[in-house]
Structures are given as structure tokens and as C-alpha cells.
Design a protein around this ligand. Structure first.
Ligand code: FE
Ligand code: FE
Ligand code: ZN
Length: 298
């Protein structure tokens, strides 16, 4: 089985996509996910085509396929919120710009948080998301929007299969819409990840497994159903290493890119380091090795 695995990496001002590819390769990944700039602001640097070209050369040399690379939309876009017209226009325009950026970088998939219902019911929030998605899709081309399965924090929309189905049903151009699952979000929404096949059965009958275009692999700091959304390193949380391995190696998820969004170890201390190289190694070996202590004792 050809495992497609990577993590989120940075896309910085200096090396842009070339830096992202180099970072992914340093983790022995064969795919990656990135934000085109800040997750919380609209600030974006001009794309440098020669850096993109260099990045693609490096990807080809290392068998990273562009179809497996994922972009994540910034968090500030909330299509569920249509309280004021100027905001709606801002969300739509910025998201269309973002889709164009994804396309000009040579990729075709972007993950979007469906949004949070602001001063409206969930059903109204879902209708707002559908309106927004159809407008964005009509004003852009090619790039597939992957709505992410959420933990159900606050008024978050999209924390169960039925809500994702309602959104997808309302999107006119079905070729432009897919789903990104996330093990931490699923656990926190109340799904037992040990019963992944039961979940996939339900997903298949309601939406169709072919719509799963990306899977975020994270352990969780919280118990099932906590509606919290706090990621833990693989094997260091409440879901557990073996359960996550069973998701990653599930036959029905072959060819789905798996992306780690786990936290840096010892964040904000002098011992801080990225966990991805070690997590990917453990996943490839299907064997948990406690890397947190090992790395520090080296
Ligand atoms: Fe996300
Ligand atoms: Fe995620
Ligand atoms: Zn999350």
C-alpha cells in the first residue's frame, strides 16, 4: 500500500513554496499542507513564479504529486455569517482570491472550515454556507473546496455527517466540493474512532467515500464528545496510536492524503521541535516509539 503522508508546513515570505517542499522532505513526507499566508489576516505576499518552478522540480524529483498537496484556507473566512453585507463581500472576495492563488501555485484542493452560525440557527448557517460556496465556485475555477469535519466547538457548523451532507446537497457544482475529515475533530464531536468502519459506512451511504479527499490525523487532548478541538501528538492523546494506525491503514482510505496537524513539542521553550519526522517514522513502522524524551536526550 502506497501511504500518502505529510504534515502542515510553512509557506514563508522568503522561499515560499520551495521552503514548504524542503520542510516536507526533511520530515520524509510525500505530501504536505500549507496556508498561503497568515491564518488570521488577509496579508499575502506576491507569488514568485520562479520559486514555484523550483519547488515543482524538487517535488517531481522526490515523487510528491501535486494532486496530493493540500492548501488550508485562513480561519477568518466565515461563510455561515451573513449578518452584514460588507462582511459577506469580504469573505467571498478574499476566498475567491485564495482559490486563484491555489490555482496559480499549481494545486487543486483547499480545506475550508464550514463556519460558525452567528446570531442565527444552525440551519440558517448552513443555508448561508451554501449561498457563499455557490457564489465562490461560480467566480473561480478548478480548485476543489474540501469542507472540514469540525469538533462542534461553540456554534461551529459541520460537526456531523448530516450537516456536511446538507451543505454538499446545496452546492450546485458537485465536482468542486469534497470533505476533509479530522480524527481529533471527529473524536471531540462524539465519534468513537475505534469504530472507524461504522463511521465510513454511514459516510458512504449518505455522502459517498469518493468525497473524502483529505484526512487530518491528530490525536486529541480531550475525551470523546468534549466539543473542544485541541490536538495532541500521535500516541500521546485520548485516541491512541493503534486506533490512529487503523485509520491510516484502512483499505477504504487508500489514496487519501493524511496530514498531521499535531503541535510542536515543548512549544515556546528552547527545546521546541517539530514532531512530524518522528510521527511519520512511527506511522510508517506501525510502532509507537516515545520520541519526546528520546530527542531531548540525544
Ligand atoms: Fe482545519
Ligand atoms: Fe484539521
Ligand atoms: Zn482542529
Amino acid at each position: 500500500m502506497n501511504l500518502i503522508i505529510g504534515s502542515h508546513v510553512s509557506f514563508n515570505n522568503k522561499e515560499q513554496l520551495l521552503g514548504s517542499v524542503k520542510e516536507a522532505l526533511s520530515y520524509n513526507a510525500n505530501t504536505f499542507m500549507f496556508y498561503t499566508g497568515s491564518t488570521q489576516s488577509t496579508q499575502r505576499s506576491q507569488i514568485n513564479d520562479s520559486l514555484t518552478y523550483e519547488a515543482f522540480k524538487l517535488m517531481v524529483d522526490n515523487n510528491i504529486i501535486s494532486d496530493n498537496v493540500i492548501v488550508h484556507a485562513p480561519y477568518i473566512i466565515n461563510l455561515a455569517n451573513r449578518q452584514d453585507e460588507s462582511k459577506v463581500k469580504f469573505y467571498i472576495d478574499f476566498f475567491v482570491d485564495e482559490l486563484n492563488r491555489v490555482k496559480s501555485l499549481g494545486f487543486n484542493k483547499i480545506v475550508l472550515h464550514p463556519g460558525s452560525a452567528v446570531n442565527c440557527t444552525k440551519q440558517e448557517g448552513i443555508n448561508n454556507i451554501i449561498l457563499g460556496l455557490n457564489e465562490v465556485i461560480s467566480k473561480s475555477s478548478d480548485v476543489i473546496i474540501l469542507i472540514e469535519y469540525m469538533a462542534g466547538k461553540g456554534n461551529e457548523v459541520g460537526s456531523c455527517i448530516d450537516e456536511l451532507k446538507l451543505i454538499i446537497d446545496g452546492v450546485i457544482d458537485k465536482n468542486r466540493i469534497g470533505v476533509c475529515l479530522d480524527t481529533c475533530h471527529m473524536n471531540d464531536s462524539g465519534i468513537d474512532i475505534n469504530e472507524i468502519d461504522a463511521f465510513l459506512d454511514e459516510f458512504d451511504s449518505k455522502i459517498g467515500l469518493d468525497k473524502i479527499k483529505c484526512f487530518h490525523i491528530n490525536d486529541s487532548l480531550n475525551d470523546k464528545g468534549a466539543h473542544k478541538d485541541r490536538h495532541a501528538n500521535i500516541g500521546y492523546g485520548t485516541i491512541g496510536f493503534d486506533t490512529l494506525i487503523n485509520v491510516i491503514y484502512n483499505k477504504r482510505l487508500e489514496n487519501v492524503p493524511f496530514i498531521l496537524e499535531t503541535p510542536y513539542v515543548n512549544r515556546n521553550s528552547k527545546d521546541e521541535f517539530a514532531p512530524y519526522k518522528y510521527e511519520i517514522e512511527n506511522i510508517r513502522n506501525k510502532k509507537f516509539k516515545d520520541f519526546k524524551n528520546e530527542v531531548l536526550n540525544e
